[in-house]
Design a protein around this ligand. Structure first.
Ligand code: HEM
Length: 242
């Protein structure tokens, strides 16, 4: 049992971080144009809008929430000293988690159900979205089943993660955690491990300059319906916009 625990909570994190760093740098240097979310917006917009909007707002805020709890655990504990503030934090985090979950179900459904999107979907897209779905589901389960995670994260998980970065892994407390929490940690490291092999690399090249660059206007100057039938993956005749 100890051997398994050591593997999942000491070896796996180091393997994941090494593969992440080497893999993302290598991919950036060798495949610059593939370093992207590979948008499929031109192929299907409606389902993407709601799926992507809910998912991204949810996941980005949850991601930064975890990062803040990891970096400044003492401040989170201070904030949580008053029950009302603790409730506000926990309920908002849970709501963003639900948003991410519903959004991702929509995105996965879109990838599997739309003929046009299936053409541009590979195995890693499906594996990534299923892993993310499992991870968010486990996170919601942890939040609901093992209350006030924002406080015990600061006491148990933050010191564990910091100990990994200082190469002095302290894993005793993590070994004692409930299985669901352990699975949430393990799936997190698995996601970090596969980042270089998926479209998830896009969050490393966040287009900050979009915040201050001038708007771009994209204009159709032909009848879109005549150019291509949106319900079919392929047209018999060569479409005019290719
Ligand atoms: C840093 C901010 C982020 C930005 C600006 C961003 C932007 C985007 C964009 C533009 C797309 C393409 C949507 C399309 O097809 O047009 C996308 C897709 C995607 N993003 Fe992000 N993203 C961010 C963070 C994240 C994070 C933190 C995750 C997960 C941990 C994530 C997971 C995904 C996934 C799985 C897809 C593919 C969805 C699909 O088409 O099925 N993104 N993102």
């Amino acid at each position: 049992m100890d051997l398994l625990n050591n593997f999942f909570f000491i070896a796996l994190p180091y393997i994941a971080i090494i593969v992440f760093v080497i893999g993302t740098v290598y991919r950036y240097r060798s495949l610059k144009f593939g370093y992207s979310s590979l948008s499929s917006q031109f192929l299907e917009t409606r389902k993407l809008f709601w799926g992507s909007l809910l998912f991204h707002w949810g996941i980005v805020i949850i991601f930064f929430g975890h990062l803040i709890a990891f970096l400044i655990p003492q401040s989170i504990l201070l904030w949580n000293q008053q029950p009302l503030r603790l409730f506000i934090l926990e309920i908002s985090a849970f709501t963003f988690g639900i948003m991410a979950f519903i959004g991702l179900i929509n995105l996965l459904y879109r990838r599997l159900s739309s003929a046009r999107i299936r053409v541009v979907t590979n195995y890693m897209d499906i594996i990534l979205e299923i892993l993310l779905l499992i991870q968010i589901f486990l996170g919601l389960w942890v939040a609901y089943g093992y209350r006030w995670g924002s406080s015990w994260f600061a006491i148990v998980i933050s010191p564990y993660l910091k100990s990994l970065f200082t190469f002095t892994p302290k894993v005793d407390a993590v070994f004692m955690l409930p299985l669901v929490v352990q699975l949430h940690i393990i799936t997190g490291f698995l996601i970090i491990l596969i980042v270089p092999f998926t479209r998830l690399v896009h969050f490393l090249v966040f287009p900050l300059s979009y915040l201050w660059r001038p708007y771009q206007k994209v204009i159709w100057n032909r009848d879109r319906k005549k150019i291509r039938n949106a319900k079919e993956a392929w047209t018999v005749h060569r479409p005019e916009n290719n």
